[in-house]
Design a protein. Structure first.
Length: 260
């Protein structure tokens, strides 16, 4: 695996049909599933490792985001990544940068995190233009992000296929997330209330009931930013965000359809 830090270096490595996995590092099994899928479907796999300050609405959240480039590089290489792109902030947002991709109607997640999807959309469009991938890979856990990115790709006629892969979970059912490392043992036990509540919502839907109401009723004291239904190209997803202590977690389950 080659690690590059500038756009010029990266472009010297690009060849063939490319799969791109955008990440902010703190890699875990969810990222590895994306790397493996990209490895199976493309000639060259590029992963980006860039903590995008523009998508953080809270500076404390940005400051607390875990960073370990050496560990991330080892995991990426073992999973079959060919090129790891690790740009500095000035490489992505050079002096005088003033062009942003702003998407309207970004749902409850966008409403809860002002400016978040502006930062996500802008950095993804930049990466698509820099890398020119045939496919880009995202996880279902960030389903609302996938909705936004697919809309950006359609609206701007970008020649990239957005692949969305299933959420990867720990044995206890908690969706893998870089933020899980912040949870104490007690907080982690409480956090399990989120996937369990979503499972209750999915069961209610299966029986013809109200999935959102059932999820809210089953949260068992967790403070939810929202519980909502979202549509991802015909796939109906029940999504929620909840706070456990100082940590904000998101999760979702598919009610109808199948992601591709």
């Amino acid at each position: 695996m080659r690690t590059v830090r500038t756009i010029e270096e990266l472009r010297g490595e690009l060849r063939g049909e490319i799969g791109l996995v955008p990440t902010m590092g703190a890699l875990h099994g969810g990222h590895l599933s994306l790397f493996h899928a990209a490895r199976a479907e493309n000639e060259l796999v590029v992963a980006s490792l860039f903590v995008n300050a523009a998508q953080f609405s809270e500076q404390s959240d940005l400051a607390a985001y875990p960073r370990d480039e050496d560990a991330d590089a080892r995991l990426a290489e073992d999973a079959g990544v060919d090129v790891l792109f690790v740009p500095g902030a000035g490489e992505i947002y050079p002096p005088g940068f003033s062009t942003w991709v702003d998407v309207e109607d970004t749902g409850a997640e966008g409403a809860a995190r002002a400016g978040h999807f502006r930062g996500v959309s802008t950095v993804c469009v930049k990466l698509f233009n820099i890398v020119r991938p045939r496919r880009a890979y995202f996880g279902q856990k960030d389903a609302q992000q996938a909705v936004v990115i697919r809309r950006v790709v359609r609206d701007l006629n970008l020649p990239v296929e957005i692949r969305v892969l299933p959420t990867v979970r720990d044995d206890d059912g908690l969706a893998l997330s870089s933020r899980n490392a912040r949870l104490s043992r007690e907080e982690r036990a409480r956090a399990l209330g989120l996937p369990r509540a979503l499972a209750e919502g999915a069961q209610a839907h299966l029986l013809g009931g109200d999935a959102v109401a059932a999820t809210r009723a089953a949260l068992n004291g967790l403070s939810a930013d929202y519980v909502e239904l979202i549509d991802l190209d015909g796939v109906t997803i029940l999504a929620s965000a909840a706070r456990v202590g100082a940590t904000r977690l998101i999760d979702n389950v598919i009610l109808e359809g199948e992601l591709t």
